[in-house]
Design a protein around this ligand. Structure first.
Ligand SMILES: Cc1cc2nc3c(=O)[nH]c(=O)nc-3n(C[C@H](O)[C@H](O)[C@H](O)COP(=O)(O)OP(=O)(O)OC[C@H]3O[C@@H](n4cnc5c(N)ncnc54)[C@H](O)[C@@H]3O)c2cc1C
Length: 170
């Protein structure tokens, strides 16, 4: 059965990559059993605190791969994000946020500080490259996922060359 966990993730660092993009690093004991597929397009759900609160209510994972809340708990707002990087050795998870006016996630990222808390679930990967792939050209909206070119380049099938917005690489 597919692993399905919800983790408490604590902000350990925030970096402004460009005027429109923030990079947020997460760590903490809650990520101790986080599992990454290692595939470049893997995405997950981030659970954010309600406005005025500091920590989201985290749901309980269910056997069908989703999650549930007790009836008397107001579910945390959630949005879909891409795993930009997962470093198992240090337990640091990195997510790149496109930031803009409005939006639960964008507003949260713009205000994020070390110590802030979100929830994350076990990521899902969809990309399955053919065994004999030699070239790939990742494309898509800049925010879906923002790290697509870099992620594919760093986490591509071993033999594949990639050509993305920032040029070519392996
Ligand atoms: C599989 C998948 C992976 C994704 N990975 C990432 C990721 O790694 N990083 C990332 O930043 N996004 C990613 N996204 C997109 C992200 O889920 C949405 O942009 C999300 O809706 C942002 O939530 P929000 O609360 O900030 O804004 P919302 O509440 O969804 O929107 C609020 C307002 O902001 C506007 N808005 C939303 N997005 C943008 C934008 N990009 N530019 C300008 N205005 C906008 C809306 O039009 C609306 O007016 C991914 C989406 C998918 C489906």
């Amino acid at each position: 059965m597919r692993v399905n966990r919800i983790h408490r993730a604590v902000v350990t660092g925030v970096e402004r990559l460009t005027p429109g993009m923030m990079r947020v690093a997460f760590g903490g004991e809650g990520l101790a059993d986080f599992t990454s597929s290692g595939v470049g397009d893997e995405y997950f759900r981030l659970f954010f605190p309600h406005e005025g609160e500091t920590e989201p209510a985290l749901p309980t994972p269910t056997d069908d791969g989703y999650w549930e809340y007790p009836e008397d708990v107001d579910p945390a707002p959630l949005r879909t994000y891409t795993v930009r990087a997962w470093d198992e050795a240090s337990g640091i998870l990195t997510v790149d946020f496109v930031v803009h006016q409005g939006g639960v996630a964008a507003a949260w990222a713009l205000a994020a500080r070390p110590g802030d808390v979100v929830g994350v679930n076990t990521p899902t990967a969809l990309y399955a490259a053919p065994e004999d792939i030699e070239w790939q050209a990742p494309g898509g909206r800049c925010d879906r996922p923002p790290g697509r070119a870099e992620a594919c380049r760093e986490r591509a099938p071993r033999r594949a060359h990639s050509r993305g917005p920032r040029g070519r690489g392996r």
